[in-house]
Design a protein around this ligand. Sequence first.
Ligand SMILES: CC(C)(COP(=O)(O)OP(=O)(O)OC[C@H]1O[C@@H](n2cnc3c(N)ncnc32)[C@H](O)[C@@H]1OP(=O)(O)O)[C@@H](O)C(=O)NCCC(=O)NCCS
Length: 171
Amino acid sequence: MKEDTYTMRFARMSDSKRVYKIMEHMEQEIDDTSIFVADDKTFVKNHIEKEGFIAVAGHDKKIAAFLIVRFPEDSEDNLGLDLAFDEEQLNRVNHMESVIVIEAHRGNQLQQQLIEFAEPVAKAMGYTTAMATVSPDNPYSLNNFLDLGYEEMLRKTKYDDVERIILKKEL
Ligand SMILES: CC(C)(COP(=O)(O)OP(=O)(O)OC[C@H]1O[C@@H](n2cnc3c(N)ncnc32)[C@H](O)[C@@H]1OP(=O)(O)O)[C@@H](O)C(=O)NCCC(=O)NCCS
């Protein structure tokens, strides 16, 4: 399906179940944690409420895609730690954490549109260093980040033994 009527908006608490369901479904579809690692329900709720935000692409009153943006601050998953950032730099990091476009809506550049929606919001909130991890086996996601000016900083084994490319962009 190729449609161009998508509405970019912030997720509300009432979207959390749906976002989580999409993630669960994706985990079944991609039965390969080397490409995609799902988050849990609490993680989704926390990111609507306090630890970041979730951007969604709405289509015909349904969610076609979403992006979880995380403000890791002093958490041990802060990707700035992999680049030996100091405390001030760590506090400015945001993660473009998890992005899923429902299969029927792929090919409409929704990943890029969601990231472009999220970047100025994160920047305005003081999180001016955008970071992400991508599997080297996921060219779709990797190319979308590179197209938007993200740069490869490091390749490393993360999340219980899967290879990841760490990307960064100053907003
Ligand atoms: C990565 C992802 C978000 C990209 O979706 P998207 O924004 O719709 O991708 P694009 O619009 O850039 O697609 C560009 C082309 O690649 C194709 N494509 C995108 N993702 C694809 C996939 N997973 N498998 C096969 N083809 C894919 C599109 O159909 C399109 O082809 P076209 O130019 O012939 O129309 C999407 O593939 C996805 O949700 N994957 C599963 C979850 C995931 O891997 N997330 C990233 C890590 S957290």
